[in-house]
Write a protein that binds this ligand. Sequence first.
Ligand SMILES: *[C@@H]1O[C@H](CO)[C@@H](O)[C@H](O)[C@H]1NC(C)=O
Ligand SMILES: *[C@@H]1O[C@H](CO)[C@@H](O)[C@H](O)[C@H]1NC(C)=O
Ligand SMILES: *[C@@H]1O[C@H](CO)[C@@H](O)[C@H](O)[C@H]1NC(C)=O
Length: 388
Amino acid sequence: METVITYILLLLTFSSSKALDSKNSTQKTYFEKIELNHETRTMKIFNTKGEDIVNARLGHTLDEMKPQSCPTGNQSPGHICLEWERKARLDLHAYELNTTAKCYNFKWTALGGIDSLIDCFQFSDKEHWYGGGQNVKSSFHFDKGFHKYSPFITGRIGDNNWGNLLKRYFISSRGAALLVDDLSPLHTSLNEKQFCLKAQYDDFAFVNHVRRNLELNYTICTSSNTAILHSKLIEDAMWEGLKKQDFENIDTLITEPIWEITTNAAALNEEKISNLGTDIIQLGFLKLGHIFINEFWQKRIGDFTMDPARFSKFENLIHVLHRRGFKIILTIQPFISTESSSFIDAVKKELLISERSCDHRIPALTRYKSLQAAGVLDPTKLEHSNGY
Ligand SMILES: *[C@@H]1O[C@H](CO)[C@@H](O)[C@H](O)[C@H]1NC(C)=O
Ligand SMILES: *[C@@H]1O[C@H](CO)[C@@H](O)[C@H](O)[C@H]1NC(C)=O
Ligand SMILES: *[C@@H]1O[C@H](CO)[C@@H](O)[C@H](O)[C@H]1NC(C)=O
């Protein structure tokens, strides 16, 4: 009888461990906090409290199969390298931001046979995600939006998914942040609370001029404190390169009023601006703030000089307004009218954006507000222009 029981027990332990094995052998834990299923590539990242704050499925363009460790990747503490079928390789690095925040860098490299790399994140009902920038269905919670795959580049809301100001930075209310490297040819989609990152070259937004290997490179940082995480990630980069005067300007722009003259271009003149000043003073504000002058201080947009007909004594007016306590803001645009005095000069110096696959000395033209034809300054060329 005893032997029978022992036998059954043995059988039980054997079969249950066998079951566990087959179920769990594909489930690996990395850096204590990342759980990755090798076959399905579902992933969870846990915070220090043991809550899963990132839920993802990696490698959508790969088949369900187990990876090998990389033949060339020297695995060291803080570095894991896995390779799927000679199709793609994943380098995973872990590091500490400071003792309260941990980061994991995921770098996918396509090795052959696939033309895109896709990782998707599932947003739960317990959290909100913020960031990216202005987008279609724009709401403060980025997770409420919806868009099909499109390149993560600036555009016009309505025609495109993303607006004018973008940053490859997303952060959740539960203390996870996602930062995508600038060199990844990033497309995004958002559907039913599933947010996908796709790296893919194309012939418009991300042209692979130098035949780089396709990469999807991003970093996930986690902390039990979202506020600390955000300030840690953003504070240094955000203020980089600003001078003391810039900080003072930002401060007054945020804390003091900005007054704009609502008049059509031709009617904007010194008298209007001076009168506005007088009107504002009568309102009795403690801080007068800024007078904001739209781009029609120029005769033609792109002249970058005051229209002499309407602003012959502008310097004098500025002194008066400064003495009264105002600050003056002039608007400038990167658009240079073909009729402006700067256009020919900018073409000669090749400072304007050119059409792709055209002679780069020929500028591309666009429309802007009332302008029929304008070139657009290419800021990446400005450094060669001796401070144009
Ligand atoms: C095996 O996986 C299941 C669920 O995926 C989990 O509940 C269980 O604890 C795991 N067992 C081991 C030994 O890791
Ligand atoms: C981590 O960084 C945050 C934000 O800068 C700071 O408030 C916190 O004290 C830091 N923690 C440690 C242990 O250094
Ligand atoms: C991946 O992205 C990080 C962060 O932007 C960057 O520091 C790193 O150099 C990138 N790695 C590669 C191989 O491009």
